[in-house]
Each structure stands twice: as C-alpha cells, then as structure tokens.
Ligand binder design. Structure first.
Ligand SMILES: [Zn+2]
Length: 125
C-alpha cells in the first residue's frame, strides 16, 4: 500500500483536490499529518505528485518530523501489542516495544528467564 497525494497548482496540499489560496484549506494540514503518521507506522511509502518517498522524508520536508517521532513513541509506550515470535526452534510470547519503518522490535523472555529483543517485519506478526 502506498499513500497517494496529488496536488495541482492552487489546490490544497493534502491532496483533497479542493482549491486553496494557501498551502492548505483550514484543518487540512491535520488531515495530511495524520495520513502521514499512519503511513509511517505501517511502513508505507508516500507518493506526492508521482514521486515516491518515505513518510518521514515527506514529513520532514514540511517540518513535521517530530510528529512522526512522537507517534512512534506513543505507539511503543502505550498499549504494547502481545505477539508470538519464533526464534530458532521455540516460539515465545513477546510484546512489541517499538515500530519503525515497518519493523517491530519484539521483547520476550527466553526459557532461562533472559530478556531478549528481536526484530520482525510488522506484516509477519
Ligand atoms: Zn485538503
């Protein structure tokens, strides 16, 4: 999945296609922001006027990098998703401690009680 944003001259930059005197119609910057955050957390690419980049790059161009950062932190600090991870021949119950660019860090305890972290693609969890 890719977030597609098409903006023509004089149109709102969120890609809604409505006319706007400035970059955005009122409130539409928030719409674009939340779409970028969603794409970022899912590890999806963003296409703006036919050019594809990461959600992070597109956001940083607008000075919104910190919104994505905060969303990632909130996701990792909030309710942690419980998942099963297979490591070697064992399957462990772990929890997602962070998600970045479609890669999740999963923390789990080994049979010896040792805490370990592995990385897994989000879409494999
Ligand atoms: Zn708009």
């Amino acid at each position: 999945m890719t977030l597609m944003i098409r903006v023509k001259e004089g149109q709102c930059n969120c890609g809604c296609g409505e006319e706007a005197g400035r970059d955005f119609r009122q409130g539409h910057d928030a719409k674009l922001k939340s779409a970028l955050i969603k794409a970022h957390l899912a590890g999806e690419k963003v296409t703006v006027d036919g050019r594809t980049a990461s959600a992070r790059t597109v956001s940083e161009r607008r000075g919104w990098g910190h919104f994505l950062q905060r969303a990632s932190e909130r996701r990792s600090g909030g309710q942690r998703r419980r998942v099963s991870v297979k490591v070697g021949r064992w399957t462990y119950d772990g929890e997602v401690v962070s998600v970045k660019g479609g890669v999740a860090k999963v923390r789990f305890a080994t049979r010896d009680g040792e805490t370990r972290t592995v990385e897994r693609a989000v879409n494999e969890l």
